[in-house]
Design a protein around this ligand. Structure first.
Ligand SMILES: [Zn+2]
Length: 502
């Protein structure tokens, strides 16, 4: 497909969104949640030395050996960049090249002066520290874009993935925002960009690292997966001697994730399902619970997270992490994006990192239990319920009609609960997980959500290493269109590969 065209048009869309973004938030005032500035401090797990390092996030392990880390060029993140500029890592000495395109609002002089060249009298607040990341040093009160590239190269070429960094003028935690680990999940990309583009490094406390598109390979092809058909979000923390996916995961984990004090990983539903904006986190971990409380009016669903997910691996490494789910794959929807942006801004406020955003609303219910209602027959599914709707036991959720025989089956709720996620109208196979119902229950009744095991598009189980990437791109639908292979994949799929994690 025309990947470049796709990404360019998306970039344009992003720029337009950013330009029209209003800082207005709801005027509801939430109860501030006290979250420690460095939520990871008391979590010595497998990566104890790394943990210690992260408390001093400004001095990564290698700082002693490599004192001469180049300083990152300070830029305005929302300024369009040329492809050449993206390709060349911005280091401070590099003169700023001409900016391609002109949005009308960036005709002013390039704001590239590093802070130290900026002696204007700011009030004497405690000074933030330089942040070392991806081989560069980001001075306090500056923003920059750094290139992350897994050490693995495919045919000698690998597009670098932009990592946006805003390092605040004052000290504070490092919050990381990651999106599009599944390359077809677009809402998170837009959400991260909106948040990052509107942060002011001069007033920020701590740092925000935003990676709008972790899986650039998948994004370019409109696919959830990497080019080798593997799900990157089942390979964390990764292994530098492992599979391609595992190496990419390891690189990202070491180069970016380990610099974070807390992480919000943005996702959408998978395979033509859409999710009510919701947080997922392991609510048995008090640090994760604290993090979930910062998001304002957002539903929270308890889930430990499948092994291999970024969330699972990061929490295991002592970094509180939540998944923020909103909307459906391959769709940019304003409601999901604005909810996510609002939630993250509320979090920034609750963490004490920004002051300018107002807090948002009362907390939504926490669901400690959830279950999937499945299609019992194949056919065309039409829903009678909508996302977020409260349903009672026995209520009609939707129908599945066989378009050949005209036989219609009903799907009725087996629980009292709320629709947290649901299939969009489509053709489904028997067993397709159609409605994700959140069940409010006392905390002591925590049980993991039922695993989704019968997905279409589980080509995952048989990575086709021999096929060329080009052949695959043409020959195989990648977005999970139900097809004849669904039945057979049901029996071969590894339950760990297909879980509730979207
Ligand atoms: Zn996802």
């Amino acid at each position: 497909m025309h990947c470049r065209a796709l990404s360019l048009s998306l970039l344009i869309a992003f720029a337009a969104h950013a330009a029209t973004l209003s800082a207005e938030e709801s005027d509801e005032q939430g109860e501030p949640v006290e979250l420690s500035a460095a939520p990871q401090t008391e979590a010595p797990q497998s990566d104890a030395p790394q943990q210690a390092q992260r408390q001093e996030s400004s001095t990564p392990p290698d700082s002693a050996e490599k004192p001469a880390i180049p300083q990152a060029k300070s830029i305005e993140l929302d300024k369009p960049v040329s492809e050449e500029e993206l390709a060349a890592p911005p280091k401070s000495e590099v003169p700023r090249s001409e900016v391609a395109g002109d949005t009308g609002k960036d005709t002013s002089a390039a704001p590239t002066a590093a802070t130290q060249a900026n002696p204007e009298a700011e009030p004497q607040a405690p000074e933030g520290r330089p942040l070392q990341l991806l081989g560069a040093e980001v001075p306090p009160a500056t923003a920059t874009r750094l290139p992350w590239s897994p050490s693995q190269h495919f045919e000698g070429v690998y597009s670098t993935t932009p990592v946006l960094v805003v390092n605040g003028a004052e000290p504070g935690p490092t919050l990381c925002l990651t999106a599009a680990i599944h390359g077809d999940e677009l809402n998170g990309i837009e959400s991260v960009r909106r948040v990052m583009y509107n942060l002011d490094p001069k007033s920020l406390k701590g740092a925000v690292i935003g990676v709008p598109i972790v899986n650039l390979q998948g994004f370019h092809r409109g696919s959830r997966y990497l080019t080798d058909r593997r799900d990157l979000n089942r390979h964390f923390p990764g292994d530098k001697h492992g599979s391609s996916a595992s190496r990419i995961a390891r690189s990202f984990f070491d180069e970016v994730v380990m610099h974070c004090n807390a992480i919000v990983d943005l996702h959408t539903g998978s395979f033509y399902r859409t999710n009510l904006p919701q947080l997922r986190g392991d609510l048995k971990d008090p640090k994760v619970v604290k993090l979930t409380k910062g998001f304002g009016s957002t539903v929270v669903l308890h889930s430990e997270g499948a092994k291999g997910t970024l969330r699972h691996a990061a929490v295991k490494a002592g970094i509180p992490t939540v998944t923020l789910e909103a909307g459906a794959p391959m769709v940019l929807d304003e409601l999901s994006v604005s909810h996510s942006v609002k939630g993250i801004r509320t979090l920034l406020n609750q963490l004490g990192m920004v002051n300018k955003f107002r807090l948002w609303g009362d907390p939504e219910p926490v669901y400690y239990n959830s279950t999937w209602q499945r299609a019992t027959t194949g056919g065309i599914i039409f829903s009678k319920v909508t996302l977020g709707q409260t349903v009672s036991k026995g209520e009609l959720l939707g129908t599945v009609t066989n378009p050949i025989t005209n036989v219609r089956k009903e799907i009725r709720s087996q629980y009292n609960g709320r629709i947290l996620g649901m299939a969009m109208n489509q053709v489904v196979q028997p067993g397709f997980a159609a409605y994700h119902i959140g069940i409010q229950a006392p905390e002591e009744q925590i049980s993991p959500p039922e695993e989704v095991t019968a997905e279409p598009a589980s080509e995952e189980t048989a990575p086709v290493a021999e096929k060329s990437a080009a052949t695959k791109a043409v020959a195989e639908p990648e977005t999970g269109t139900p097809d004849a292979s669904a039945e057979e994949s049901k029996t071969t799929v590894d339950p760990d590969e297909e879980s509730e994690e979207d």
